[in-house]
Design a protein around this ligand. Structure first.
Ligand SMILES: [Zn+2]
Length: 169
């Protein structure tokens, strides 16, 4: 082990921990030599923990940034909540879709038009039906409900999706 004179910084190599104080041969300063603490391994451990924490913080920050960017790009989303059916006087059964437009931003938005898309079992679009929800504004962090009856009969309809009109390409 090594010990250094506190006063003149002369370094000495010791083969064991001395029982009493050590006197410096250069300057005459005396000091007590203690067992070297296991500082090295503790520091490595702390460094590893810090690196891990930094990685976690970085990952969370990236996720948060992605989320913020996604919300800025798409502040409103349309969610399909339920699909039921209704049968009219002519015995034609149609799907009734209910859902909500969710405002994920911190600003009030006007509610855009919606498109209900019905697909057949092969994934082909049967119809794209546009409609306006009854609510015209959606508060920051709030949502508005919508309810819409499809114009096409249930026959062949395998899947239904709702999109905001603005998201159409
Ligand atoms: Zn000394």
């Amino acid at each position: 082990m090594k010990t250094i004179c506190d006063f003149c910084k002369t370094e000495y190599s010791l083969d064991r921990v001395p029982n009493g104080p050590v006197k410096c041969a250069v300057c005459g300063h005396t000091w007590n030599v203690s067992m070297p603490p296991r500082r090295g391994s503790v520091l490595v451990f702390i460094a590893a923990v810090c690196a891990l924490l930094a990685a976690v913080v970085f990952a969370v920050a990236v996720l948060y940034q992605n989320r913020v960017a996604e919300i800025q790009e798409k502040p409103l989303i349309a969610e399909l909540v339920d699909v039921t059916t209704t049968t009219d006087d002519d015995d034609v059964t149609r799907f009734v879709v209910s859902g909500r437009v969710v405002n994920r931003s911190d600003q009030i938005y006007g509610v855009p038009g919606l498109v209900v898309i019905s697909y057949d079992a092969s994934g082909n679009v049967i119809e794209r039906q546009h409609f306006m929800p009854s609510a015209t504004l959606v508060d920051a962090g709030g949502n508005v409900q919508f309810l819409h009856t499809l114009s096409v009969p249930v026959t062949n309809v395998d899947k239904i999706a709702v999109e905001l009109e603005a998201q159409e390409n």
